[in-house]
Design a protein around this ligand. Sequence first.
Ligand SMILES: Nc1nc2c(ncn2[C@@H]2O[C@H](COP(=O)(O)OP(=O)(O)OP(=O)(O)O)[C@@H](O)[C@H]2O)c(=O)[nH]1
Length: 365
Amino acid sequence: MQLNKIPATVVTGFLGSGKTTLLSNVLKQAAGKRIAVIVNEFGELDIDADLLRNCPLDCEDESAQVSNGENGIYELANGCICCTVEEEFLPVMKELVARRDDIDHILIETSGLALPKPLVQAFNWPEIKQYCTVDAVITVIDGPAVAAGRFADNAEQVQAQRLADESLDHDPSLKELLDDQLSAADIVIVSKNDLLSDQEREQVQAIVSTRVPEAVKTTYISNGEVQLDLLMGIDAAAEERIDHVHNHHDHHHAHGAHHDHAHDHFDSFVISVGQVDHERLQAVLKTLLSKYNIFRAKGFAALPGKPMRQVIQAVGERVDVHFDRLWGAEEERKTQLVIIGKDIDEAILTAALQEAVVEDAVLEK
Ligand SMILES: Nc1nc2c(ncn2[C@@H]2O[C@H](COP(=O)(O)OP(=O)(O)OP(=O)(O)O)[C@@H](O)[C@H]2O)c(=O)[nH]1
């Protein structure tokens, strides 16, 4: 019966576009609703799950009891969700289906490099389809990055008049990824509205409108702030029409040969060093972000003498930091960063970050 299906919201969008920020806002607003969250990350550190878990809300949320996932949060960390649908996603979905009486809604954050289509198609598997439906696919796009032409083809770049900015990667795989993520959208969220000028907003709108039908609404938001009923209860049943959605990457799947996913073209690794000097780390990061093709860096820094760990978020060349929580008594204080980019060398980046490390001798005073 259609009536009792659990609605699932799929949140997709490129690396650093603002998916986790949006999700944590949704979770804050959804107090009282029992929400199971599935998070998939490209890097091996489960930073998003960790940050979501720190939302004050879900500690008391009943979803804490509905699943084995701590606080109702399931992490799918073994690779990108669109390639591991069968091994990773389906088992979790089956588990959630088995506990369906305790779940009001499922929220899924895909990795920034994932194609939403294979995931949405999984909702047509009989075991899932009977009990779950895709309420909506929400595609989050990074307003400033799109306005700057990062995902544009040549014609659009000329339009965006940002060809002079050589730090941007106008790589076709990024454009295809944006196309594929937008083609599946029921709702488009343009994030980081606070950083957009009116002119940039128009540029973004021009790019979005060529890729989504008019019926798909676009909302501009800042810091994940959006009213819940704009995102949930859409009842789009996206799985019903997903087979007809065109994807650049479709033919690769169809031929069944090597899966040429967008993320095959990316490098990703985790760099782990000791405690670091804040200023030095910032300087090193800025240099690395401008010198290399790094799309995303995120993680935590341990700063000597600071009882709290520092969250580091870099998207493009922009770095944001804040302290999120106290280090645990038993927790090793180290600095860890997931780096995702193209043609980047782990040894070179590790050596550079080592330069920000504060030697033990100094720590002892
Ligand atoms: N100024 C501004 N910053 C934002 C906004 N939304 C997100 N950010 C920042 O952008 C960075 C990335 O945001 P996330 O929510 O982690 O992005 P994500 O899409 O989950 O990233 P991945 O999971 O790595 O793909 C963080 O530093 C956020 O604080 C916004 O509306 N305005």
